[in-house]
Design a protein around this ligand. Structure first.
Ligand code: ATP
Ligand code: MG
Length: 258
């Protein structure tokens, strides 16, 4: 399809004036502006309830299944408005996500979960190679490929969720707290994986409770506070910002809640 072909390739994501409401509640996010240049990584910081996940849901198109809706604003991928597209069409356009709370298909095998990530692809030989690449990246999964995903530990399910997102070969990858609940060694592995994804030219939007790690991995960062962007800029600048330092990096690096 010509339309989806135009959208794939380098992934520049621009969100402008985005406001979202859930049901009859007041706005969860208001007038949010974000720009992630092709191949860049943007860190989205903010305390619990600030609107990080809501922003990701609006970009992937899954607000409807959470009784939420875009009230106004635009979301453009490579200059093309995508806010009206179905979630599936957005995956086909190159957007993949690893959602908060490791959403794997627990009744499906690990293998089938990975294949499900490639549902928009037709290049079967490359899909098989990519499945093996995920197993190479996460050896814990490799020995258990025929087992139900529901039998995996929490951390292993998290690896599977990241692996499944990669199977879409996205141009834009949205990661919502990929290291949540993982042991330090696995957090390191997730960080390495993100660095590698980035080095392959994929655009990444990263929400990460481990703020030090998130700043290390990103080019730019935005800070959300009660649904609004209150700070944004190059990571190198924000890292030295006293507000960021006090709220996110002061003394400990593992907690985003402020
Ligand atoms: N399905 C929903 N229905 C009603 N309100 C919701 C829903 N999901 C989120 N909200 C509200 O929207 C606001 C933003 O929530 P969101 O989940 O986007 O925050 P977050 O920054 O991802 O927080 P956390 O760090 O805890 O994951 C919060 O006030 C939250 O209560
Ligand atoms: Mg969240």
């Amino acid at each position: 399809m010509a339309a989806s072909k135009d959208l794939t390739g380098s992934g520049e994501l621009i969100v402008e004036g985005l406001s979202v409401a859930y049901g009859a509640h007041s706005l969860a996010i208001e007038d949010v502006h974000l720009r992630v240049g092709a191949g860049e990584t943007l860190a989205v910081l903010g305390s619990n309830g600030a609107g990080k996940t809501t922003t990701v849901r609006a970009i992937t198109g899954v607000l409807g299944s959470h009784s939420g809706r875009i009230v106004k604003g635009s979301i453009r991928l490579n200059g093309v408005e995508i806010a009206q597209l179905s979630p599936f069409a957005r995956v086909r356009a190159g957007i993949a996500q690893c959602m908060e709370g490791r959403r794997v298909f627990s009744e499906l095998s690990i293998d089938d979960n990975l294949r499900a990530g490639a549902i928009t692809r037709r290049d079967n030989a490359a899909i098989l190679r990519d499945v093996e690449a995920v197993y190479g990246r996460f050896p814990d999964l490799a020995g258990r490929r025929k087992e139900k995903a529901g039998y995996l530990s929490g951390g292993q399910q998290q690896m599977l969720a990241i692996g499944r997102a990669l199977m879409a070969r996205p141009s834009v990858l949205l990661l919502d707290e990929p290291s949540l609940g993982l042991a330090p060694k696995l957090v390191e592995m997730v960080a390495e994986t993100i660095a590698e994804i980035k080095s392959q030219g994929t655009t990444v939007l990263l929400i990460e409770q481990n703020v030090a790690m998130s700043l290390d991995l990103s080019d730019h960062a935005v800070v959300l506070e009660t649904g609004r962007v209150v700070l944004s800029g190059p990571t190198a600048e924000l890292r030295n910002n006293p507000r960021i330092h006090a709220a996110y990096l002061g003394g400990h690096t593992g907690a985003a809640a402020v």
